[in-house]
Structure formats: structure tokens, C-alpha cells
Design a binder for this molecule. Structure first.
Ligand code: ZN
Length: 270
């Protein structure tokens, strides 16, 4: 599933092709995505792309009077191609530009979405309750410590809660907790401010590293230029159950927390 680094990588990959271009046409081949694609998206036609940005895992194409919102869902990917190129299987929509290029969306499982929004995007129902971005200054150990007081649930679920902080998916939560020496089942409300400082730093570090490496590919994702990311080769703990911990050689354990597989070292994480 594309996580924050893949979405950020996609954004950086497609932005130069869209910035400043006029949208000529919106071709929807299959409107039955996570929510049906409505005719509202046609409002994008004739408008100039003012900018592109990411909020959590949503890509926002900013136009003159609103914009388009795209989510990659479980298996979506975007690529830039010639609008005349024959569509492949699962190519559900094209954003056709004035120079004949297009942004093409492929999604075998169809959990992605394409929507029209009116400014300001941050007040859209899908975006307004989201927590801060993990790579921005508002996300810090102090913030996590304050937000976690009184929380009895596992810290892993806490940092994966999009209302606490966005974009910390299962892989990155496991990695950051390992790097900061915090056991994934520990009660969020009982972790010290000092340890949350370490956790905020490792969350940031693991996401930035993944972005530098073009995102983590486990299954479906391909970058917009067609090359898979390769961060999966660098994971320290995720999907390594039974293999020796890189720090102490104890076997990595796997446990289901909040219905998600968690990987940790029983010696290094407390
Ligand atoms: Zn260890």
C-alpha cells in the first residue's frame, strides 16, 4: 500500500510536468473508485495548475477556483504519459494537459479516489480533522507527550492514529519504535517526554530516509517513472520475525497490535 513516502515521491515525480499547465480534458474511463467519480471534476477543465501539494496521503492539484484531490488507496499509482498512449488495464482516469501529456491513474483494486474540492482544501471533510504532518515543525516530542497524556492504548496505535499525526503507516511505526527503543505495546500515556523526543526524531528520520530512497515497495507500488522504490531492503525490524536483531542478535518477534503486525526486539525495546 502506498504510504506517505510513496505519495511524497509521486508528488515530486509528477509536479514538474503539471505546474503551470492548463488542464485540457478529464477522461474518466471507470468512475467506480472508492467513491464514484462525479462530473464535478470536469470543473478542472480549462484551469491552470497553480501548484501541487500533499496533505497526509492526499495529493492536491491546486487550480484557480479549487482543485483536484487524488488518493492512491491500496494499489493506485500515477504516471505521466502521452495522452494518445493506449490505456493499460486498470488505467481509470487521465488528466490531459494542454501540451498533449497526461497524468494517468492506474489502480487494480480501485480504493483510490478523484474528487473536486473548493478552496480552502484544508477544511474539506476528509482533511480538516487530520493531525499535523510528521515532517513539519509542529510535530515534536513535546507535542506527542502532551497529546498522549491519559491515553491507555498502545503507543504503536497512538502514533498510527491520523488524528495524532498523519502518514505514520505500519512499516514506519515499527521502524521508528525500534530505532527509539520503545516497545510497541507500551501505554502511550506512560511514556516520558524524553522518550517522545527520541520517537519524534526517529519517525522523522525513517520517513525522510524512505522519501530519499523513493518510497518503500512491498507489492503494488511503482514510481511515476515506472521504477519501483527500494527502501524495503533497508528495513531494520519490519517483516524480520525470527531473524537476529541488528543491535543485540536476539530474534525479532512479531505480534498483532490493533489488528496490524508489529515487529520488535524484546531486549532492545522497553
Ligand atoms: Zn535487540
Amino acid at each position: 500500500m502506498p504510504e506517505l513516502p510513496e505519495v511524497e515521491t509521486t508528488l515530486r515525480g509528477i509536479a514538474p510536468s503539471l505546474q503551470g499547465r492548463t488542464i485540457r480534458e478529464l477522461r474518466v474511463r471507470n468512475a467506480s473508485l472508492r467513491w464514484p467519480v462525479t462530473d464535478e471534476v470536469q470543473r478542472a477543465c480549462g484551469q491552470v495548475v497553480q501548484g501541487l501539494r500533499r496533505r497526509a496521503k492526499y495529493l492536491l492539484i491546486e487550480l484557480q477556483t479549487g482543485g483536484l484531490m487524488i488518493h492512491l488507496g491500496m494499489s493506485g499509482s500515477l504516471r505521466i504519459c502521452d495522452a494518445d498512449d493506449a490505456p493499460r488495464k486498470h488505467d481509470h482516469f487521465d488528466v490531459v494537459l494542454d501540451n498533449g501529456a497526461c497524468l494517468r491513474f492506474n489502480d487494480p483494486r480501485r480504493f483510490g479516489l478523484l474528487m473536486w474540492w473548493e478552496a480552502p482544501a484544508d477544511e474539506h471533510p476528509l482533511l480538516r480533522d487530520l493531525g499535523p504532518e510528521p515532517l513539519m515543525n509542529e510535530f515534536s516530542g513535546g507535542y506527542l507527550w502532551q497529546k498522549s497524556r491519559g491515553r491507555r492504548g498502545a503507543v504503536k496505535n497512538f502514533i498510527m492514529d491520523g488524528k495524532v499525526v498523519v502518514g505514520v503507516g505500519n512499516i514506519y511505526a515499527s521502524e521508528a519504535l525500534y530505532m527509539s527503543g520503545i516497545h510497541p505495546s507500551r501505554q502511550a500515556g506512560r511514556i516520558s517526554a524524553r522518550r517522545y523526543d527520541a520517537l519524534a526524531a526517529t519517525v522523522r528520520d525513517v520517513l525522510e530516509r524512505a522519501i530519499r530512497h523513493g518510497g518503500t515497495t512491498l507489492r503494488d507500488f511503482t514510481n511515476s517513472d515506472g521504477n519501483p522504490g527500494y527502501f524495503a531492503q533497508e528495513l531494520l525490524v519490519y517483516d524480520r520475525q525470527g531473524l537476529p536483531c541488528f543491535q543485540c542478535q536476539a530474534p525479532i518477534r512479531k505480534k498483532v497490535i490493533g489488528q496490524r503486525s508489529s515487529y520488535y526486539c524484546v531486549r532492545c525495546q522497553r
